[in-house]
Ligand binder design. Structure first.
Ligand code: ADP
Length: 303
């Protein structure tokens, strides 16, 4: 069982003819409403791959919170650790133009209502792995502690928040660190080559997501690269989350998506192919919750 911890939001994706200038107006050509938030996206994608998945997160007492939680439950995600607190669920208005350029508007919602004092061992009971996303650093630290005490492995995809100093001490404490190229460059002097190779070790594997150019895995001993899949990108929202879910499914989850397993050692070549396939299928559809099903991903990888 894999538990994701972090944001659960309600996303309203608006496709527009052009992003409006100040004082301007744009025409909405398509609207899409669904749950979002990095941690919730990962949990949802894992459930779609047929794996047991749970979520630690928070919503408000409004209808958006109820819809977002109900949707996850329908998708098979365990929402026992989703807490409802007084206030508004975080809503993101994601405005995407015809070229795929994105603008995001958000309210000050309650998606970070779980503080370190609320983190309990029961939240990770029965799990094999905990996946952390961008969230309060003190809560992330408490979750790492609880996971370590229970002997679970931990992955961390901090996203944009990586640049906050408070996250720095956590980066050494996780088994797998996932970063995109921009984030990798912010933490290590270069997104590839010696600095990142030196920072990685078998105990702290670093995965660098390279958009349309695929992704790399650094284990300290070895470097693996997969060039990604050439697809037409419609909306890249949630691509990193779908990638993370694919990577975790293929490593921690032992899911091979149609290929016989290769034994106990993680097969990073295969994990990168699976993760890039999951990301590539996600960018072909609108919205953040467009990760493929296990069957669709296996079929895509077999092509
Ligand atoms: P993030 O979304 O976290 O910033 P990336 O932009 O690197 O990270 O995207 C995550 C993954 O999604 C990539 O590693 C790749 O597998 C897939 N992906 C993203 N954009 C494309 C694209 N244009 N074509 C194919 N795959 C893509």
């Amino acid at each position: 069982r894999i538990i994701a911890a972090g944001h659960l939001n309600w996303d309203v994706t608006l496709r527009v003819t052009a992003l409006p200038d100040p004082d301007g107006e744009a025409q909405i050509t398509e609207q899409h409403r669904a749950g979002g938030g990095s941690a919730a996206n990962v949990a949802s994608a894992l459930a779609g791959f047929g794996l047991a998945a749970g979520l630690i997160g928070s919503v408000g007492t409004d209808q958006h919170g109820r819809m977002a939680t109900r949707e996850l439950r329908t998708q098979g995600v365990d929402t026992d650790s989703v807490v409802t607190v007084e206030g508004e669920t975080t809503v993101k208005y994601i405005v995407v133009d015809e070229a795929g350029e994105v603008m995001v508007l958000a309210n000050d919602g309650v998606n970070e209502a779980i503080g370190p004092e609320a983190v309990e061992p029961a939240m990770v009971e029965g799990a094999d792995h905990v996946h952390l996303t961008g969230q309060r650093p003190d809560t992330a630290a408490a979750l790492i502690e609880v996971a370590n005490a229970a002997g679970l492995t931990v992955s961390f995809d901090p996203g944009r928040r990586i640049e906050q100093r408070a996250f720095e001490p956590l980066l050494d404490q996780v088994d797998v660190l996932l970063l995109n190229e921009r984030e990798a460059t912010a933490v290590f002097p270069a997104a590839s080559g010696p600095p990142i190779e030196r920072a990685a070790s078998p105990d702290r594997v670093i995965v660098v997501k390279r958009g349309a150019d695929g992704a790399s895995v650094y284990t300290g001993d070895e470097t693996h690269h997969h060039p990604g899949f050439a697809v037409e990108a419609v909306d890249t929202t949630g691509a990193g989350d779908a990638f993370a879910a694919g990577f975790l499914a293929a490593t921690v989850g032992g899911e091979s998506f149609g290929r016989p397993g290769s034994g106990a050692e993680p097969d990073y070549e295969r994990a990168l192919a699976v993760a890039n396939g999951s990301g590539a299928l996600t960018v072909q559809a609108a919205g953040a919750r467009s990760a493929p099903s296990r069957v669709a991903l296996a079929a895509f990888l077999a092509e």
